[in-house]
Ligand binder design. Structure first.
Ligand code: NAG
Ligand code: NAG
Ligand code: NAG
Ligand code: NAG
Ligand code: CU
Length: 601
């Protein structure tokens, strides 16, 4: 077992900082020139006392042509990607959302554990009722013990595919930042797949017998909200299309850039690389790592990595490549699977790069078996947190979750199942509110698992031996990834990562494989476990943990959160299925059950 003493942690941090600055820099002199034009907006200064940081967001319909093709979108403050939340660890974040749409919405803060703030996790039917059209709602959450690269996105129906996404960066105070001296500047690299149609029609087609469960295939991909689609290939041909510019990241030679790489895809996994350069991975989903050098990074929907790019090559322009894992996706006819952006060295001019491919290792010691097969994460056994923690044991609750897709034979629509349950909750009757009522009875399809004992260790075996890949995300926790592989997990036989396993919040369950995660019961709330392929959320690949229900009940619920549930489901929304397309069965929302609850504060 590894030590976790603070002195060891400090020692490791210092060693790594020194090693990084030496190994990365000695070969090339550091230039001290500073070009104001390249400087990004300054992050908030560090303060001794945490601050409340307030953001005002207006959610509206708009139109946008990020890859040249004009389409309807939904935006926050008219921005795509949406406004960035950048705060210091320990700050309190307040987001005032003005919903100027004619439909409800809600927001989830992916990577925030929402300790003490479980009502603001943003999942209708679990933690809140949707924010009604034309009203305001305020989210508020703390960031104690959280650092790194995260993101926010809408969690109502499939609105995030239509543009409701953005970055959350929680900065580490310099005094404790192990990588403070490992990089000079930072840049965001936001990757996404992109559709030329709004989600509504795509969803209607997907949730019909005709799709036979084939997910809508994206048309292109974007880096930092920019792409360049070939207008000759637009379908239908009369969609407005004009040439557009790719994302450009400006850099100076001989500097070190922390790239915060975030995959906000609805469907496609990407392989990210920069021609001619290697990448030193230092963070996964908010967990600092022992630095790990790779040529490319597979990054699945919902996942984040920070990697240091050293601009030690010839002064020139280089392609950034985000290659969609088409072998992990249904076949598409109108897809450009390689999304390009530019790394532009200062002094290299503006001609497009002529670089032709990913970094090619020249010596065997540079060869990094980054991932063992297509549609998988970076090698689990090669990534270890910088601050070691022992594997969680002994296991108190073991869940074997089988992932499958099938039709129920009634309507011939293919749906996703976790242990033969396809999720079907009521957004207007959330679990957190039902829990206030001691006699709450959850339906089978709400798929609620109770975790009653504080300190218990939960193991979840995600068994996907029969299907395609799924990036699974757990709300409210970072989990340990103790095993991942192909075939079927066998207790006692399959090797598990017992030494300082990776901790993150989104892990890929490989095609025809398994992933095993563990976490400790210590955070009262209602936490979704779901596939982050947004189409699979719609089709039922979702379940929920009701964690420490008694403590949660004693916490009550803020008045303005409870008030959300007083507005009935608008016409056209099927109140008992948050995740189904509009227009199906209609049903009144179940608000009466908690109308008189006494716990509201
Ligand atoms: C919502 O907030 C905005 C901006 O803060 C304000 O102008 C507007 O009046 C508010 N709307 C409602 C319905 O309270
Ligand atoms: C765009 O697509 C057309 C038709 O497939 C092709 O002929 C043309 O070369 C493409 N243009 C570019 C810039 O790739
Ligand atoms: C992002 O996630 C999607 C969905 O799993 C995946 O298809 C795509 O390849 C990922 N992108 C990157 C850059 O890994
Ligand atoms: C709430 O309490 C009031 C007064 O006690 C009662 O008249 C009403 O029927 C109650 N509503 C529900 C939904 O139980
Ligand atoms: Cu999935």
């Amino acid at each position: 077992m590894q030590t976790t003493s603070p002195s060891s942690w400090l020692w490791r941090s210092i060693t790594i900082a020194i090693l990084l600055s030496l190994t990365l820099l000695l070969s090339t002199p550091l230039t001290n020139s500073f070009t104001p034009a390249l400087a990004h907006a300054q992050p908030p200064p560090f303060t001794d006392t945490p601050r409340n940081r307030i953001f005002f967001w207006k959610v509206t319909y708009s139109t946008l042509a990020p890859d040249g093709v004009t389409r309807p979108v939904i935006l926050v403050n008219e921005k795509y990607p949406g406004p960035k939340i950048e705060v210091n660890r320990g700050d309190y974040v307040t987001v005032v959302v003005e919903n100027a749409l004619d439909v409800p919405t809600s927001f989830h803060w992916h990577g925030m554990t929402m300790r003490d703030d479980p009502w603001y996790d943003g999942v209708p039917g679990m933690n809140q009722c949707p924010i009604p059209a034309g009203t305001n709602f305020t989210y508020a959450f703390g960031t104690d013990n959280i650092v790194g690269t995260h993101w926010w996105h809408a969690h109502f129906e499939n609105q995030y595919i239509d543009g409701l996404v953005g970055v959350i960066t929680i900065r580490e105070p310099p005094a404790t930042d192990p990588f403070l001296h490992a990089y000079d500047e930072e840049r965001n690299v936001i990757l996404t797949d992109w559709y030329h149609q709004a989600t509504g029609p795509l969803l209607q087609k997907y949730m019909s017998p005709a799709s036979r469960g084939m997910e809508p295939v994206p048309n292109s991909g974007l880096i930092n909200g920019k792409g360049s689609f070939n207008c000759s290939n637009v379908i239908p041909a009369d969609l407005p299309c004009a040439p557009s510019e790719r994302a450009v990241i400006h850099v100076l030679a001989n500097r070190r850039y922390r790239l915060r790489i975030i995959n906000t895809s609805a469907a496609a996994p990407f392989l990210f690389s920069v021609d001619g350069h290697q990448l030193l991975v230092i963070e996964a989903d908010g967990t600092y790592l022992n630095p790990y050098l790779v040529d490319s990074i597979p990054i699945n929907s919902g996942q984040r990595y920070s990697a240091i790019l050293v601009t030690n090559q010839d002064v020139a322009n280089y392609w950034m490549r985000a290659e969609m894992g088409t072998e992990c996706m249904p076949p598409g006819t109108n897809l450009d699977p390689v999304v390009l952006g530019e790394i532009r060295y200062q002094g290299a001019g503006i001609a497009p790069p002529t670089s032709v491919g990913r970094f090619v290792p020249t010596s065997p010691k540079d060869v990094n078996p980054a991932f063992s097969a297509a549609c998988q994460d970076l090698d689990l056994f090669a990534l270890h947190p910088l601050k070691p923690e022992p594997i969680l044991e002994p296991i108190s609750n073991n869940y074997d979750i089988k992932i499958s897709f099938k039709t129920d034979g009634q309507d011939h629509i293919v749906r996703g199942y976790l242990n033969d349950i396809t999720f079907d909750g009521n957004p207007w009757n959330p679990t957190i509110v039902q829990n206030l009522n001691d006699a709450a009875e959850y339906s089978v399809q709400e798929h609620v698992m109770r975790l009653d004992r504080r300190g218990a260790v939960v193991q979840i075996i995600l068994d996907n031996s029969r299907g395609g890949e799924h990036p699974f995300h757990l709300h409210g926790h970072t989990f340990q990834v103790v095993a991942q592989g192909l075939g079927v997990y066998e207790e006692g036989k399959t090797p598990i990562n017992t030494i300082n396993p990776l901790r993150r919040d989104t892990a890929t369950v490989p095609k025809h494989g398994f992933t095993v995660i563990r976490f400790k019961v210590d955070n009262p709330g209602v936490w979704a476990l779901h596939c982050h392929i947004e189409w699979h959320v719609t089709t039922g690949l979702v379940m929920q943990f009701l964690e420490l229900p008694d403590e949660l009940r004693a916490m009550g619920i803020p008045k303005h959160v409870a008030k959300l549930c007083e507005t009935p489901a608008p016409a056209g929304f099927k109140a008992n299925t948050g995740f189904m397309p509009a227009g199906a069965k209609r049903q009144a929302p179940a608000v009466a059950a908690f109308a008189n609850a006494t716990h509201f504060h």
